[in-house]
Design a protein around this ligand. Structure first.
Ligand code: UDP
Length: 336
């Protein structure tokens, strides 16, 4: 692996992937516009603040750093925002990504890893979802990502590129040393919100619906440790670099096991030793009851295995980050 351009490398999953790439001595260059990312999370000296649609800048980076592969994370990813503002999501995600891929391919980059999402499946059935499940996104976010997958496929029919899209289920956890973690503004994800409640930054955690057809009535999700996600990107890059045909272009990343909202709250209470105030609210629009990945092909084809995705490690590492940096990156002062 020579030089890799990571867009969105200041974001949650991007920054952990950059850290993993740097740890294996890959030359990593990050391009991030910092609208949602954090400069402090970037663990490489090669950082450019800018937009993926800035063709001139992208060209300059590729030439200067002799980039041979890109991992494209940069995107908007708040489902509720996408429902309120679909134009923004189609512009920021779909249009800009297509433009970005056009630029990198014209510059001769042949290896592309794309950050996709389980949201492309929409309301899936109550079983682990394989990659060949029908694509039926139920929100503009999922739709905007599904279109980019399609675009990559079409590009690969006329350009000599090799690409892999990784469809993430629920990313969670933080680096083992607690130096980088999850910091979204605004925060909408379950585990950070629970931990903010533990820290007293929120009064109560809302449970969105307890009348789903699941064991305790709350939604079940497949939580995957961000380090396992990062590792999957490295394996995907390695497979793009081999001189062998790819077995497939799209892989799910999940554990194949699910946890309910109540289970996550209980485990967090156990790990932090604090009682968490909770309140049952209405179902959140667009939430399927169960979302679990069938990721056997990622394991069989790329040799991936989840190593940190048990619930205990996920919550312990997230808690370590939140305890040390209760105000996130903006006021990154470690609490002793
Ligand atoms: N959830 C919840 N309360 C919250 C945030 C999330 O009950 O304050 C639930 C949500 O309905 C879903 C699960 O937790 O079933 C995970 O939600 P998250 O937003 O973390 O990820 P998503 O599955 O939407 O990608």
């Amino acid at each position: 692996m020579k030089s890799v351009l990571v867009t969105g490398g200041a974001g949650y999953i991007g920054s952990h992937t950059v850290q993993a790439l740097v740890a294996q001595n890959t030359n990593v260059v990050v391009l991030d516009n910092l609208t949602t990312g954090n400069r402090e999370a970037v663990m490489t000296p090669h950082f450019y603040q800018g937009d993926i649609a800035d063709e001139r800048l992208v060209r300059e980076i590729i030439r200067k750093h002799q980039i041979d592969a890109v991992i494209h994370f940069a995107a908007k990813s708040i489902v509720s925002e996408s429902i309120q503002n679909p134009e923004l999501y189609f512009y920021e995600n779909t249009e800009k990504s297509c433009h970005f891929f056009e630029t990198v391919v014209n510059e001769g980059v042949k290896q592309i890893v794309f950050s996709s999402t389980a949201a492309v499946y929409g309301t899936a059935q109550d079983k682990p979802i394989p990659e060949n499940e029908e694509i039926k996104p139920i929100n503009p976010y999922g739709e905007s990502k599904a279109k980019i997958e399609k675009y990559l496929h079409l590009m690969s029919t006329v350009h000599p590129i090799r690409w892999i899209a990784l469809r993430y289920f629920n990313a969670a956890g933080a680096s083992l040393d607690g130096t980088i973690g999850e910091d979204h503004q605004p925060e909408s994800h379950l585990i950070p919100l629970i931990l903010q409640t533990v820290l007293g930054k929120r009064e109560v955690i809302s449970i969105f619906g307890d009348d789903y057809p699941t064991m305790d009535g709350t939604c079940i999700r497949d939580y995957i440790h961000v380090l396992d996600l990062a590792h999957a990107h490295i394996l995907a890059l390695q497979s793009l670099q081999k001189d062998q045909p790819l077995k497939q272009n799209i892989y799910n990343i999940g554990t194949g096991f699910g946890h309910s909202v109540k289970e996550i709250i209980q485990t967090t209470e156990h790990i932090t030793g604090k009682k968490i105030k909770q309140k049952i609210e209405q179902r959140r629009i667009g939430d399927p009851p169960v979302l679990i990945a069938d990721s056997r092909y990622l394991q069989e084809h790329l040799g991936w295995k989840p190593r940190f995705s048990d619930l205990k490690t996920i919550i312990e590492t997230a808690w370590k980050w939140f305890e040390a940096y209760p105000n996130g990156y903006k006021q990154k002062t470690r609490v002793q």
